[in-house]
Design a protein around this ligand. Structure first.
Ligand code: GDP
Ligand code: CA
Length: 306
């Protein structure tokens, strides 16, 4: 069975681990690049790297991002110089970003570099950046500022209220070279429990992606919202401030034009009827991935549903 999963960072990486355990190289992950940025002169791809490290088995699973046991000497050195080093990047993580930057400067595409990095780190699944073009999520705050995504997410710790998410670079950007084929050719598409606005949203906004999903009969989405709250991050607050409901059914509504089955958490059983009342199919499973075994169990259950 071939599965293509759409993913952001931590919610994506966690479920990808379980899917890769079941599917190996039959898994393809299409990963958000809307929160990429140039920081300290290097091209950081937070979601690509989170997914890569989780799938390579080297992620710092407690923090969610970065490499387990990584050191922070470069950042410490910057701070010793009196620099405002607000973006934490471990030393080995820095190596990934340095290599990416050098390869991009020499003319490689982000897809090519990602393939090289995932190969070197022993990832069995294919990881596809959603696009090789520059697409960047910007956060317009209710106090009238426009922040780069990492300024909002890391520097300001998601404190500002979001008035609007603007995905700059769309609609001129095209999906990465294998992205549309990986959707059309998959038996099942899985939308990971990732942030609908800043992780899944940029992928859906790329030309042809939403249409390819509408044409696919077997798209399953897993809710990142459990009992009205995100397990981590601003997804619940974003839903509310962007005029949706902070609930699994609020997320389901965003995907209703292409999803065949929406999966809510077992603790959210009442959401199933609410979602089904709008004509969508829904079911509940234990979706809290506390460890890799839980992730693999969820992956197996998802694949059985199809
Ligand atoms: P980011 O790019 O690192 O912010 O990560 P994503 O966008 O991929 O995922 C963020 C979302 O993952 C949050 O809304 C969380 O609620 C959700 N999430 C994290 N862990 C879990 C989990 O174990 N189960 C479910 N259902 N959602 C999760
Ligand atoms: Ca992210």
């Amino acid at each position: 069975m071939k599965v293509t999963a759409l993913a952001g960072g931590v919610g994506g990486g966690k479920l990808l681990v379980g899917l890769q355990r079941r599917l190996g190289s039959d898994l393809t992950a299409v990963v958000n690049t809307g929160d990429d940025a140039v920081i300290y002169g290097v091209h950081v791809s937070p979601d690509l790297d989170i997914c890569t490290y989780w799938l390579a088995g080297i992620a710092d699973t407690r923090k969610g991002w970065g490499i387990e046991g990584d050191t922070f000497s470069v950042i410490d050195g910057m701070r010793a110089l009196g620099l405002d080093a607000w973006f934490n990047l471990g030393d080995r993580d820095f190596a990934t970003c340095l290599h990416r930057t050098a390869r991009l400067a020499s003319g490689a595409t982000l897809s090519e570099v990602t393939d090289e990095l995932t190969g070197r780190l022993g990832v069995r699944a294919s990881i596809l950046p959603m696009s090789d073009d520059e697409v960047r999520s910007k956060i317009v705050t209710t106090d009238g500022r426009t922040l780069d995504f990492q300024e909002y997410f890391v520097k300001e710790r998601t404190a500002p209220e979001v008035a609007e998410v603007v995905i700059s670079g769309l609609p001129g950007a095209v999906p990465g070279p294998e992205v549309l084929d990986s959707i059309a050719g998959a038996d099942v598409i899985v939308l990971c429990p990732s942030n609908p606005f800043v992780s899944i949203g940029p992928i859906l906004g790329l030309g042809g992606v939403r249409d390819a999903l509408r044409a696919h009969p077997n798209v399953i989405a897993i809710s990142p919202i459990i009992k009205g709250a995100a397990l981590k991050g601003p997804a619940d607050r974003m839903l509310r401030s962007l005029g949706a409901e902070a609930s699994a059914s609020g997320v389901a509504r965003l995907y209703e034009d292409f999803v065949a089955l929406f999966v809510v958490d077992a603790s959210d059983g009442d959401q199933v009827a609410r979602i089904e009342s709008t004509g969508l199919r829904a079911t509940s499973l234990d979706t809290i991935m506390g460890d890799h075994a839980a992730s693999e169990r969820l992956a197996a259950e998802l694949l059985e549903l199809t």
